[in-house]
Design a protein around this ligand. Structure first.
Ligand SMILES: Nc1ncnc2c1ncn2[C@@H]1O[C@H](COP(=O)(O)OP(=O)(O)OP(=O)(O)O)[C@@H](O)[C@H]1O
Ligand SMILES: [Mg+2]
Length: 679
């Protein structure tokens, strides 16, 4: 007897759901795309419990007649393609005929729909893939789908869901970006407590960005638009007899050398006809959207949104092109905000690559890559000349305390490549011999090693042999020990190096203290202490500070509002997408408050784990400390330096800042003696 059998339809659907429905946001994506494919101009989304309990999407699209509504839940049932040829020119967002049966197999689904052709509407209910009700009802034109209890019958899946606020922020981000892609349509997103997005139709993308994110974000973005004629077609390839004759296509070798493709021509910003007929026989690639100015630095790629022919995609090729465009403008560890709409003939892009349809394959990869890179680069260059980028980047305080040309990152790492590019000193550091990263030492000129962040004494060369002291009288041997709180207490401040590092001495040797991170450490512990007894010092602002939040940030904000209040913030909703901050933690400049809040919200938005209050508390404290601390390049009076050293000595962890950077460097007596060849 054979062992193989065909899986029942319900099992097959659940397997498909495994790929298509990862989380509530994927359900929203599929249903939203269906509504857009149905030609809807009004889409309203309601969610509860981050979509885990309920997702409801109502559209005014073409709706379905009764037979179609029933067929829609069959596997591979679609109205969007008919045969394989259609796969080469897909113009709809859906085409697999998989989304509805997959979703219906892992949730409780309620559908209400009516098409123009029928007087009565259809109601269908499906529970975990089992159709339990089909009825007629008087309904408005369009479709409303309600999904309840997602993954109720697949508990293993359910366990992987994140906190409600994380799931909600994924949904909010997704809906926001579809709203950005379709400014001519009406979008709404509501949670049980908030209207996260209400976006009536507007004139264009610019207006939509303003409507959704506000003026400030719009001001930080550079609009761009470019078009490039295609030199050849993607798939299918032009027939060989047409080459070199009636088409301008070059021979095959030349064609493949796509780096020779001309730079994209930038077109007027008012451009707004993505589907206009091509300038060229093979059509053209068009690109428009927004990229952020170099001052905007995001910690992750969450603010990069790429649409290809109206489809939101994740794509490494485009990401790479963006990295290239921002090379030497942004350090490689941070990311810009990007909203790109790329349009090209359907035959140029294969969308049938991944079940969730978020990945695509470009048929002319290099051409596409270079087009995006050059168009973005050109927009950046136009917005601001290069020399200014350079001086600005150099003016920023470096993240790693490079003390000498030979200095490395505080963790013993190489200087980051972007510093390498601009900082001749850092360039020099590249040639310095490698130090095993575990040693955590910083090199001083003349091969003297200084312990960075020296909580433990490092192994030293044997000191048994007493070298010839020459004419210099011997100095009493100091006992080598790790720096302790006690040793910090005895420090005497001598002065500052470049108004940034305090030089201090005691019996242990010479110390260099980074004034910013030292103060950061002091404040960090103070805020945490005060928070523990609910007494964080705060200040009332002269004027309430209105801060615009993205829908995803709003979701996180409502979750951590109480914690923020305990940390000295008094903020309340102001309009639909802003908050008004009236009271802020003491010591943080009004100008820094917005930056600080954005930083905290941004970090939490990108987190996949459920929000952990303990971690939130630490983040907030670290952020307050960072923004309220004495800056580098700030002259300090003698008494202020002494105060700072004394305060630092009182902290529990004086050796590293909340972000893990070292606070103090010590140049021990032994090292000084060894450097002078006294030992
Ligand atoms: N909101 C809607 N309005 C009108 N028709 C719809 C709507 N949602 C789904 N349909 C119809 O149901 C069919 C099945 O939808 P489903 O999402 O399962 O597949 P698809 O969109 O064709 O392909 P994919 O699986 O790639 O999304 C669609 O082809 C469409 O005809
Ligand atoms: Mg679909």
């Amino acid at each position: 007897m054979g062992k193989i059998h065909v899986l029942p339809e319900r099992v097959a659907n659940q397997i498909a759901a495994g790929e298509v429905v990862e989380r509530p946001a994927s359900v929203v994506k599929e249903l939203l795309e269906n509504a857009l494919d149905a030609g809807a101009t009004r889409i309203r989304i309601q969610v509860e419990a981050g979509g885990k309990k309920l997702i409801q999407i109502t559209d005014n699209g073409c709706g379905m007649v009764r037979d179609d509504a029933m067929l829609a839940f069959e596997r591979h049932a679609t109205s969007k393609i008919k045969d394989t040829d259609d796969l080469l020119s897909i113009s709809t967002l859906g085409f697999r005929g998989e989304a509805l049966p997959s979703i219906a197999s892992v949730a409780r689904l309620h559908l209400e729909t009516r098409a123009e052709e029928e007087a009565a509407g259809t109601v269908i209910e499906i529970n975990g893939g089992k159709m339990i009700r089909v009825d007629e009802a008087g309904l408005p034109l369009g479709t409303a789908i309600t999904i309840r209890d997602l993954f109720f019958n697949t508990p293993a899946r359910k366990k992987f869901l994140r906190s409600e606020s994380t799931e909600l922020s994924h949904i909010a981000s997704l809906v926001t970006h579809y709203a950005l892609a379709h400014p001519e349509k009406h979008f709404e997103l509501h949670s049980s407590t908030n209207a996260l997005l209400v976006a009536p139709p507007v004139a264009g993308h610019r207006e939509r960005v303003y409507q959704v994110f506000g003026k400030e974000t719009l001001d930080q973005l550079i609009p761009l638009a470019a078009v490039q004629a295609l030199e050849r077609g993607g798939l299918p390839q032009p027939p060989p007899w047409r080459r070199n004759t009636d088409t301008p296509v070059r021979d095959v070798e030349e064609q493949d050398d796509s780096t020779r493709a001309g730079a994209p021509s930038t077109v007027a910003q008012g451009w707004s006809a993505p589907h206009a007929p091509g300038l060229h026989e093979f059509g053209e690639m068009r690109l428009h959207g927004f990229v952020s100015k170099p001052e905007i630095q995001k910690l992750n790629r969450n603010s990069i949104f790429i649409f290809v022919n109206g489809r939101l995609i994740r794509d490494r090729l485009v990401q790479h092109a963006l990295t290239e465009a921002y090379r030497n403008i942004l350090p490689p560890t941070v990311y810009p905000v990007v909203l790109l709409f790329i349009e090209m003939p359907a035959g140029e892009v294969d969308v049938n690559v991944h079940p969730s349809k978020t990945e695509v394959r470009f048929r002319q990869q290099t051409v596409m890559h270079d087009f995006v890179r050059d168009a973005v680069r050109e927009a950046l260059m136009k917005a601001r000349p290069v020399p200014q980028f350079l001086s600005e980047i150099n003016a920023q305080p470096s993240a790693s305390p490079g003390l000498t040309p030979g200095a490395r990152g505080s963790d013993g790492s190489q200087p980051t490549p972007w510093r390498r590019l601009y900082d001749p000193a850092a360039e020099f550091a590249l040639q310095a011999p490698a130090i095993p990263p575990a040693s955590g030492r910083l090199e001083f000129e003349g091969s003297i090693a200084v312990e960075a962040n020296a909580a433990v004494s490092l192994a030293r060369a044997p000191e048994a042999t007493v070298p010839d002291h020459g004419c210099a009288p011997p100095i009493e041997q100091a006992v080598q020990a790790a720096p302790t709180l006690e040793s910090l207490r005895t420090l005497k401040a001598l002065g500052q190096i470049r108004n940034s590092f305090i030089l201090a001495v005691n019996e242990d040797g010479l110390w260099i203290i980074d004034q910013h991170v030292a103060h950061e450490r002091v404040l960090f512990e103070r805020v945490l202490r005060q928070r523990a007894v609910q007494k964080v010092e705060s200040q009332r602002l002269l004027m309430p500070l209105v801060i615009e939040l993205t829908p995803a940030q709003q979701a996180v904000f409502s979750e951590i509002a109480t914690e923020l209040a305990h940390n000295g913030f008094e903020a309340e909703p102001f309009g639909s997408r802003s908050i008004a901050v009236k009271v802020a933690p003491a010591g943080v400049d009004a100008a820094q408050i917005e930056h600080m809040l954005n930083e905290v919200l941004e970090q939490l938005t990108r987190e996949d784990q459920a929000i952990n209050l303990e971690a939130v508390r630490t983040r907030i404290a670290a952020s307050i400390a960072c923004h309220a601390a004495i800056k580098v390049n700030m002259p300090l009076e003698q008494n202020k330096m002494e105060w700072l050293l004394a305060e630092l000595a009182k902290t529990q962890h004086p050796m590293s800042c909340p972000h893990g950077r070292p606070v103090v460097l010590r140049y021990t007596m032994t090292e000084i003696q060894r450097a002078f060849k006294r030992i």
